[in-house]
Ligand binder design. Structure first.
Ligand code: 0WE
Length: 260
């Protein structure tokens, strides 16, 4: 008996076996979900296709979230294969690399536009396009980070984009609640993925995190996957508009004590 038996799920943002989307995929697959996936370009398709096929993907289709046409085509494919969808997972973010270093105030107009378009507007665009095929009781999930709420050095315009994303979660939850659709976000602690590779001081931040977090450990894609499973299952049937922290308690601590 799986928590997602018979549910049709669409996942955007699977890149490789380190992806948070892979942790979510594995939890959903273990609980009986049917899964459809997107990829942004052919280089990424080559890497994610074997993973998606290993969980019996119902479809694998292109979707660059910066394109309304590609979003429409992707949802048309989902409609063709699934009819209606029960779960939409948005695990997509991007800011130009040069924006994730140094003072926030150096942000460029173009860097701001791209970060907000790919990382925040895309959720709303996807939900708008999916609305006609969202089943009653459907659940929408996105991923955010504490840098939306408090300053994290170098996170910069991504913090601004995640703040917009978190507000979007609340407005979308308000819009879709009357049709029985829930919208939530998971705010994950730092995880080593393609998105964090090469980021200045990430290794140090990752290590320090485990010294300060109440659970004294880092967060894994499986941790996020299990919370995603709960949020997207009927166990969370009255949870909507929420930002759920999966961060080993890190964000609850002001002054760390007992570090020895
Ligand atoms: O949201 C993220 C990652 C977002 C991200 C990462 C990259 C790196 C490669 C968005 N765009 C890009 N663009 C690239 O070219 N995280 C929560 C992980 C993360 O990223 C940081 C962090 C943490 C944590 C960036 C600076 C400081 C901390």
């Amino acid at each position: 008996m799986g928590l997602l038996d018979g549910k049709r799920c669409v996942i955007l943002g699977l890149l490789n076996d380190h992806s948070i989307a892979w942790g979510i995929t594995q939890a959903f697959h273990a609980h009986g979900a049917a899964l459809g996936f997107s990829y942004v370009n052919e280089a990424i398709e080559r890497r994610m296709r074997p993973l998606a096929e290993s969980v019996g993907a119902s479809f694998i289709a292109p979707c660059d979230v910066q394109s309304d046409e590609q979003i429409a085509a992707f949802m048309a494919r989902a409609a063709e294969v699934f009819g209606t969808i029960d779960v939409l997972v948005h695990a997509v973010a991007f800011a130009p690399r040069n924006e994730l270093n140094g003072p926030y105030l150096n942000v460029t107009r173009e860097g701001f536009r791209v970060a907000l378009d790919v990382s925040a507007y895309s959720l709303t665009a996807l939900v708008k396009a999916a609305q006609p095929i969202l089943a009653p009781g459907a659940s929408i999930l996105t991923l955010t980070y504490h840098g939306a709420q408090q300053v994290v050095a170098n996170y910069n315009v991504m913090g601004v984009a995640k703040a917009a994303l978190e507000a979007s979660v609340r407005y979308l939850a308000s819009d879709l609640g009357p049709q029985g659709v829930r919208v939530n976000a998971i705010s994950a602690g730092p995880i080593r993925t393609m998105s964090s590779s090469g980021i200045a001081d990430f290794r140090t931040m990752h290590r320090e995190f485990a010294n300060v977090a109440p659970l004294r450990r880092n967060v894994t894609p499986d941790d996020v996957g299990n919370t995603a499973l709960w949020l997207c299952s009927d166990l969370a049937s009255a949870v909507t508009g929420e930002i759920i922290y999966v961060d080993a308690g890190f964000s609850t601590v002001s002054v760390a004590t007992g570090l020895a």
